[in-house]
Design a protein around this ligand. Structure first.
Ligand SMILES: Cc1cc2nc3c(=O)[nH]c(=O)nc-3n(C[C@H](O)[C@H](O)[C@H](O)COP(=O)(O)OP(=O)(O)OC[C@H]3O[C@@H](n4cnc5c(N)ncnc54)[C@H](O)[C@@H]3O)c2cc1C
Length: 413
């Protein structure tokens, strides 16, 4: 069977690429070894982060480094045995996180981020996915006045530099907005432009249904069977062998498995993260997704229950699961918000696909004709899925891209 394009990986990024290509009249086959959005795009915190102009950097202050080195924090955890393999990535990541360089990265990143809500809103309307969307923004909670005031002034700078809007809430205003949070907080930064979803996989499946309704095909198959032959791409799938003119690699944390086989050596790593759902006790209600900033975990009102998500775990992608951050966060979260019993039998884990310069890899593959990359979205794959989908589809079809793709090019490695 011959198609115009094959998209490898049916996470939120691959689904958005496939949908945007199909919308442009291409015949597209989307391939995944599992069902759609069953990996990283399944269990994230559900935020579409218009405020996320500064991708999460590696800390540079001595106090934070010391805390992290003890490996007892909630927001970060590492496997000591993985450090020799991760060292080259961490070194590059540290260098790109130096304040002046980080600011430069943010200016490039912001060009994608600024479109994230608009691009999702367009797909949400087209796909009839309104039921998943909450337009409440989200909140960073603060325990100390020092941290609060520091972040308030940072938010002022982001407003003037990047057009990111916020409301600065004192303790009393926060209690009004979130009456069930314990009165231990000094205030909150309410990011007002972001939207959130009550079920990240549900949103991805709504986009997939639209792709299929437009004539797109979703099929099971192993991306590792992709070969270039006679000016086209061939792949084996459960539906038989397929041929396509263009191939897009959107394999998230597994992108390097295929790119390495094709001769590319990207310095990729993962930051793993966990989630657990809880029933809210009694009549308790969480009105916004919230980050307990100084403790380093996240609570969101999702469809299944209150979802607690954890920060970064530096480990090899396939190493044993070690949800220690979840174990550390849970008692603190219970003191902050009345959580009842756990709703999942075990913690979910996902792997954020990361590049050391914190920018995704989007665009043409340098060594192969008609091969395209769409991976490395780290903490913001849901946020940037729709933007990436449109940008890749415009590049593949030769339209003028709505965002300059050059900062995200694979050639920078
Ligand atoms: C705890 C946590 C919280 C997060 N919160 C947020 C948030 O609030 N907002 C946000 O924007 N982002 C968030 N993220 C990040 C976000 O989830 C990821 O960036 C995003 O899901 C990556 O999407 P993807 O499509 O690139 O990868 P994936 O969703 O992992 O998709 C990759 C696909 O490739 C498939 N695949 C792998 N190997 C093969 C193969 N050999 N053959 C065929 N298919 C294959 C997999 O089955 C998978 O379906 C969070 C992540 C975590 C872990």
């Amino acid at each position: 069977m011959r198609h115009d394009a094959v998209v490898l990986g049916a996470g939120i990024v691959g689904i958005c690429v496939a949908l945007h290509l199909q919308k442009r009249g291409r015949s597209v086959v989307l391939v995944d070894r599992r069902g759609a959005a069953e990996e990283t795009s399944f269990g994230n915190a559900g935020l579409i982060q218009r405020e996320g102009v500064y991708p999460y950097g590696f800390p540079h202050d001595f106090g934070a480094l010391l805390r992290y080195s003890l490996n007892r924090t909630i927001d970060a955890h590492y496997h000591p045995s993985a450090l020799p393999r991760l060292a080259p990535f961490l070194w590059q990541y540290w260098k790109h996180s130096r304040p002046a360089r980080h600011a430069e990265v943010a200016r490039r990143y912001a060009k994608l981020i600024e479109h994230c809500v608009d691009e999702h809103e367009a797909l949400i309307a087209e796909c009839g996915a309104e039921e998943f969307v909450r337009r409440t923004g989200w909140m960073r909670l603060f325990r100390s006045e020092r941290e609060r005031d520091l972040r308030f002034s940072e938010a002022e700078r982001w407003r003037s530099e990047f057009g990111v809007e916020h409301r600065a809430l004192d303790a009393r205003e926060l209690q009004g907005a979130e009456p069930h949070l314990a009165p231990v907080l000094s205030g909150a930064l309410h990011w007002t432009q972001p939207i959130s979803v009550s079920d990240p996989q549900g949103l991805a499946l709504a986009y997939l249904r639209r792709f299929q309704a437009l004539g797109g095909t979703f099929v099971q198959g192993n991306a590792a069977s992709l070969v270039g032959e006679g000016g086209a791409w061939r792949i084996r799938t459960a539906g038989g062998p397929l041929v396509a003119e263009d191939a897009v690699i959107a394999l998230g944390p597994w992108a390097d498995v295929l790119t390495r086989a094709l001769g590319y050596h990207f310095p990729l790593a993962v930051k793993r993260g966990y989630h657990m759902h809880y029933r809210a006790a009694g009549e308790a209600r969480l009105n916004h997704p919230v980050l307990d900033t100084e403790r380093g975990y996240f609570l969101g009102p999702l469809r299944r229950g209150v979802r607690l998500t954890t920060g970064a775990e530096f480990a090899l992608r396939d190493a044993m699961r070690t949800p220690v951050q979840l174990a550390r966060a849970e008692p603190i979260a219970r003191e902050l918000f009345p959580l009842a019993e756990r709703l999942d039998t075990e913690a979910w884990m996902g792997s954020r696909p990361c590049t050391p310069d914190m920018l995704p890899v989007i665009g043409r593959a340098p060594l192969h004709a008609r091969l395209w990359f769409a991976f490395g979205h780290a903490h913001h794959g849901l946020t940037l899925g729709a933007v990436t989908g449109r940008l890749v589809a415009e590049l593949v079809t030769g339209e003028a891209p709505f965002v300059d793709p050059s900062p995200y090019s694979a050639e920078r490695f």
